[in-house]
Design a protein around this ligand. Structure first.
Ligand code: ADP
Ligand code: MG
Ligand code: MG
Length: 873
């Protein structure tokens, strides 16, 4: 018999896969003797079984749940449904990886009319009993039934208005009683049946709802963004309730052992007196900073502080904790490794090493490579910032500089992003439905909500800058305006800027500047460099990109795409002359005019790379991309070529292709027009000679793209060598150069041993290789891949993350075949995958020499490469 349920006393922190993160840590805290309300966890396997059993909880699982419920009743000496001493529970979701706010929790389960009235008498606290009941009804309606929260919220607001009070806590016991029964009425109106009174039915329905929530839309989006596989499932925790809403010696809160925005080593958090559950995050009242607790309830604070240290030492990482105080007694409800900004992640990792709590290698595993991206985003230009006017101040919830046009809802943001605009999302407060828009925005500004509000937590997780709780601004979400204290109005589409490190809001666009690597970042990256085996190169076509990449630690250029050099204004005309030319002489003449430009480009690039290796790829894209399209462009070209307009137009027409990506491109161009390869070789070799005279020692690496048959490469290599050797000879010098190829056509991978006889190095062009292995176009696949994700055929985009089973197997095979002929040949990948952590790990594991990625991904790749080594051990 499979065990589907575990008591908190049976589990531990290493059982996350089975018990989910929350369940495993509740068990761990129980076992180290911390005050945790008792309970049990229904496993992730039960969740998967639920889906296998066509979304039903089987009798087998139910039976185990009720056995554990029975034990819980005995242990707590309370009984579900008992009128004077009822066991009430929370039903809490908890997946392997934390997905804050993505799934659902129900509190106070077990209440019904009878229990509530008995509980009111037994506790001598009618207000508390009915406050709990109305919360339960609303959460059950929302989470379990999916009824809109708004009807309940509206009613509560109207009763508060009627009684002329501001906060829920100002309502009297009779008011709460009224609210609870009106909530029941609303429930009945929506559902057509009475609110369920049987606690066991309530429980089964709530557990079912948590399983179901694993598959709700926002959870799916979150999983996709964070690479969480859908087969993991969620566990469900059923836990005895403790009550923070029982009076003024009660409360609830959240806290981090260190500051999650800056990493500062100081307890950080907030709490609310006389409140329950989500009240703190939902922004119902403004919470108190945790430091206030020290004065309000010194004993509780001291105990909490002590526990925070115990937990941090135990987990050896910054903890994010949830707690509740009931009648002066502290209970721990959750702990986990806290989400943090990249800046905080680095500081904490470096501090923990300095505090001798962890080793450098352990520290390297504590920062997610993807997160580093946050640190590479622009900051405000200091001077521009000084001249900008601060219009309001909110909480510095997630650092970074955000500037853009303001929009008031998530959809508008996504649309504006698609139009190419920079945007700021401005909301009263965000909710989980906004997740896509939050990701698309350059920054997030909320009017309500604290440092642990939804906006703040999610923004920090995503690395989006965020200013939250900016109550000085008045927002009108319907009419899409923001009004400042002194009456200035901002409309949709107006520019604003926010600084997530200071909380300042500015009423204009502000110039931003590029970041650099220093301080903790630099120390941390040097640890990564000590460990990693892969070299990290960059894809760069211009000296500017090359210099940027060097600053980020690139150890060479893995891919310089020469076509970009042809697209510049004064060159494209010559280039068009070259391809439209009807005679070789005309073509050579045009190429002669391009040569000096190209040679200078390469010189600049070599200089920027200061002797690090540079791989230059010869012309690759389909010719049609260069062709003129309008008559205005064709006319001067015809004139200059001395042909008629009509005949040129015809020639251009004849060059068009049905399927250009599989057309006349790559090495096929040089086979038709060897003059191009000759010119490019002259440019490369002459440039290298020139810079070597300046004291550099460049060995150019020439890369021929899109080879499928070794004979293609043989043909072109001969031309390249002839040209190069002649130049070298004429200069009476010695200079080495290498000729290699891209492996990006499956046939090339399959025949890699033959190709390696001619090619001196391989670079895997994983974009094309993926496209051709799957047989779908990378430009069009986006249109239907979403169906693949939603139907669970693909978990992720194979153009973003290497398909290790298929494409990866080809790479592995080609690498082995290549090395069987040329044991020391250099192997690398270029293409988007070179900057994706799991793909970098894969490249390390199969023994490649380097990955090459865009400049801004270089630090990420350095870290991923170091982590790959540590994980392999
Ligand atoms: P999330 O994963 O969204 O944080 P949780 O399951 O942690 O959801 O529940 C949210 C909040 O509900 C907790 O932080 C806590 O304040 C409250 N809560 C959960 N279980 C209990 C309980 N047994 N007693 C009191 N409060 C609880
Ligand atoms: Mg929740
Ligand atoms: Mg929680």
């Amino acid at each position: 018999m499979t065990k589907y349920v575990y008591s908190f006393k049976e589990g531990n922190k290493d059982m996350k896969n089975l018990l989910g993160g929350k369940g495993a840590n509740l068990a761990e805290m129980t076992s180290i003797g911390l005050p945790v309300p008792r309970g049990f966890t229904v496993t992730t396997e039960a969740c998967n079984k639920y889906y296998d059993d066509s979304e039903q909880i089987s009798e087998e699982v139910k039976e185990q749940i009720f056995t554990y419920l029975n034990d819980l009743e005995l242990e707590t000496n309370k009984k579900m449904g008992d009128k004077t001493n009822p066991l009430l529970v929370s039903v809490r979701s908890g997946a392997r990886a934390s997905m804050p706010g993505m799934m659902d929790t129900v509190l106070n389960l077990g209440l019904n009319d009878e229990v509530a009235s008995g509980f009111a008498i037994a506790t001598n606290n009618k207000r508390f009993a009915y406050d709990s009941y109305r919360r339960f009804i609303q959460m059950f309606a929302d989470v379990v039934k999916g009824y809109p929260k708004s009807s309940f919220e509206r009613l509560l607001d109207s009763i508060k208005e009627e009684k002329n009070v501001k906060y829920d806590t100002d309502l009297t016991e009779d008011d709460m009683y009224e609210v609870a029964f009106k909530f029941k009425e609303i429930y009945k109106n929506i559902s057509g049946v009475d609110f369920p009174q049987d606690p066991k039915i309530q429980l089964v329905e709530a557990i079912t709802a948590v399983f179901r929530s694993w598959n709700n839309e926002r959870a799916n989006i979150y999983r996709k963004m964070n690479d969480i596989p859908s087969i993991w499932g969620t566990a469900v925790n059923v836990q005895e309730m403790v009550y923070g809403n029982r009076g003024n010696d009660c409360g609830t809160g959240v806290a981090f052992t260190r500051n999650p925005a800056t990493g500062e080593n100081k307890l950080y958090g907030e709490y609310l007196i006389n409140a329950q559950g989500e009240d703190v995050v939902a922004g119902i009242r403004t919470p108190q900073p945790i430091s206030t607790l020290e004065n309000e309830m010194p004993e509780v604070f001291n105990e909490f502080n002590k526990i925070a240290h115990i937990l941090e030492n135990h987990y050896k990482d910054m903890q994010d904790m949830e707690f509740t105080i009931e009648k002066g007694k502290l209970f721990m409800l959750q702990t986990r490794n806290g989400k943090r900004t990249a800046q905080a992640a680095l500081k904490i990792a470096v501090d923990l090493v300095n505090e001798k709590m962890i080793t450098e290698n352990e520290a390297l595993l504590k920062v997610e490579p993807k997160q580093l991206d946050q640190l590479l985003h622009p900051n405000f230009d200091v001077e521009a910032l000084n001249n900008a006017k601060i219009i309001a101040t909110g909480l510095a919830a997630s650092p970074g500089a955000g500037t853009g046009k303001i929009y008031f809802n998530a959809e508008d943001i996504s649309e504006a992003k698609n139009r190419g605009e920079k945007t700021l999302l401005v909301r009263l407060e965000t909710s989980p439905e906004d997740i896509q828009g939050m990701s698309d925005a350059n920054g997030i500004l909320t009017i309500r909500g604290g440092m642990t509000s939804h906006a703040a937590v999610v923004a920090r997780g995503m690395g989006r800058c965020c200013v939250s709780g900016c109550g000085e601004l008045k927002i009108d979400e319907t009419n899409k305006t923001i009004t400042t204290k002194d009456g200035q109005v901002f409309k949709e589409g107006d520019y604003m800027s926010i600084d997530g490190s200071t909380g300042y809001v500015y009423g204009s666009e502000i110039k931003t500047v590029e970041p650099e690597i220093s301080g903790d970042f630099q120390i941390f990256m040097s640890w990564a460099d000590n460990v990693k085996k892969l070299k990290i190169r960059t894809n760069a076509d211009t000296p500017k990109d090359a210099i940027q990449a060097r600053k980020f630690g690139a150890e060479g250029i893995g891919l310089c795409r020469t076509e970009h050099m042809f697209f510049e204004e004064n060159r494209i005309f010559e280039f068009r002359k070259m391809i439209s030319a009807e005679t070789v002489e005309q073509r050579i003449l045009a190429l002669e005019n391009i040569l000096p430009y190209q040679r200078k480009d390469f010189e600049d690039l070599f200089r920027a790379m200061e002797g690090y290796p540079v791989v230059i790829r010869y012309l690759d894209p389909p010719l049609h991309e260069f062709l003129p399209h309008t008559d205005e462009e064709i006319k001067p070209l015809a004139l200059s070529l001395g042909v008629s307009f009509d005949s040129l137009k015809e020639r251009i027409e004849s060059l068009k292709e049905f399927n250009p990506m599989m057309g006349h491109r790559g090495c096929r161009l040089a086979i038709t027009y060897p003059e191009i390869a000759v010119m490019q070789t002259r440019a490369v070799i002459e440039a290298a000679i020139n810079v070597n005279k300046e004291g550099l020692n460049v060995t150019p690496e020439i890369m021929i793209p899109l080879v499928g048959d070794v004979k293609e490469l043989e043909y072109i290599k001969k031309i390249v060598c002839q040209t190069a050797d002649e130049i070298i000879k004429n200069n009476q010098i010695e200079m080495k150069y290498e000729i290699g190829t891209m492996i990006e056509i499956p046939r090339a991978a399959i025949t890699a041993d033959k190709i390696a006889k001619v090619a001196e190095f391989f670079s895997f062009g994983t974009n094309d290789l993926t496209q051709m292995t799957y047989g779908f176009s990378r430009d069009d696949a986006g249109k239907f891949l979403n169906d693949y994700y939603s139907k669970k055929i693909f978990e992720s985009d194979p153009f973003a993350k290497i398909d290790q089973e298929g494409v990866g197997e080809l790479i592995k095979m080609a690498a082995e075949k290549g090395r069987s002929i040329r044991p020391n040949m250099s192997l690398g990948i270029c293409g988007e995958h070179g900057g994706e952590p799991s793909s970098v790990e894969f490249c390390h594991n199969i023994g490649l020499n380097y990955v090459s990625c865009s400049p801004f991904r270089v630090p990420l790749a350095r870290l991923a490469a170091a982590q790959a080594v540590i994980k392999q051990k």
